[in-house]
Design a protein. Sequence first.
Length: 288
Amino acid sequence: MTDTSGPSPADVAPIDDWNRLLDGRTAVVTGGGAGIGKAVCVLFARHGVHVEVAEVDADAAATTVAEIIAAGGSARSHVVDVTKPEAVSTFAADVLADHPALSVLVNNVGDYRPLVRFPDSTPESWQTMYAVNLQHIFAVTHAFLPTMMRQRRGSIINVHSVEAMRGYPGDPVYGAMKAAAAAFTTDLAIAVGRHGVRVNGIGPDLIQTPQVDYLSGYEDKTDLWPSWAPAGRLGWPDDVARVALFLASDLSAYVTGHNIPVDGGSLAGGRWFFSPTEGRFVNRPRNL
Ligand SMILES: NC(=O)c1ccc[n+]([C@@H]2O[C@H](COP(=O)([O-])OP(=O)(O)OC[C@H]3O[C@@H](n4cnc5c(N)ncnc54)[C@H](O)[C@@H]3O)[C@@H](O)[C@H]2O)c1
């Protein structure tokens, strides 16, 4: 008799419709009202997922949901400040009451503002960076992980920063919180992998959003993009959303515990600058 219980190529989940990679699933996206979070909500909805948007800005949340519904998708907004653990508990109870089989979570909220240089920082400013960049990842993940483990199906995506993976002189406390989010991603992935839950991170850089405006004041410097990003251009929220779609869907069924920079190559490029005047990469730029 053939033993059919062992490893088999059929362990790779079939993809029925490549245009609807998340068909029939439910996702929570925090900070879905603008920037990267909004692009994730809209792209996920196009791929058949029902999106539960957690957003502190009621108008922004409503706009995202209206766009999704106008395009034939399904979404609901929740006005919630994810830095408040009690608000996260109420939000999670609301979502799970209607969608107990939630299987995708994108922890996207994060902010470098207000930027405080380390010598000027205080216990209060450290707490602010902790609350907006790390604590809510613990709280929201803690709220939704049990249902994913019960179903043996889940994908958690933590949007942190490329500053999690390199030295960030601007605010080392912000950099430390993002690095902790990346480490949490890897650690949790190992802990829950055998329960069918995958955990991955995305480290954006150079993405044009309301929070980080790379265009204003640089209108006459667009020729320098090859110096700033090996990909040669500014990044957009859709660049990040597409990677999130890969990580949320069965395309990445065998990928867990990784932190993927979505940065146009800025991390890989290290300290090498492309000089348009010299026509080559330089590691000691005099004038780019
Ligand atoms: N844009 C970039 O180049 C870049 C670079 C590095 C890291 N990131 C990270 O990517 C993520 C998204 O960044 P973005 O540039 O799209 O940000 P953004 O500020 O443009 O958008 C964030 C959204 O989250 C909402 N939000 C903020 N605080 C909230 C809270 N406490 N509760 C609920 N919603 C809240 C905002 O209202 C807004 O709609 C963040 O974690 C950020 O740190 C972005």
